[in-house]
Design a protein around this ligand. Structure first.
Ligand SMILES: [Zn+2]
Length: 106
């Protein structure tokens, strides 16, 4: 006893479940509403012309652009209380009062 079908049936069902992966540019646009492939100067389309993966080359590029090539130092979180932010122009964001045990809106 054997199965009956044609070779083209093998892929059926996969099309419905397989989803196309989004490119990083599509993800950036979807999540941040940022078109990373749009030229910031002329708004024209840009394309990827190279992928640099060697750390030494990346450091040289960053140095040429006068950008930091080392990650920032990781420091421990500051303990409470939270220092109040200086919100510009009296934006109505509410105030948070801080006491020794918990935070609450006032
Ligand atoms: Zn341009």
């Amino acid at each position: 006893m054997g199965l009956v079908g044609c070779p083209s049936d093998l892929g059926h069902g996969l099309e419905a479940t397989a989803r196309r992966r989004l490119t990083w540019a599509e993800l950036m646009k979807r999540v941040f509403a940022l078109d990373v492939l749009e030229c910031p100067i002329c708004c024209g389309p840009m394309k990827i012309i190279a992928e640099i993966t060697q750390p030494s080359v990346i450091r040289r590029f960053l140095a040429a652009l006068e950008l930091p090539s080392e990650p920032p130092e990781v420091v421990p979180a500051r303990p409470p209380p939270q220092i109040e932010f200086d919100w510009a122009d009296g934006a109505d964001v509410g105030h948070v009062a801080v006491d020794d045990t918990r935070l609450h809106h006032v």
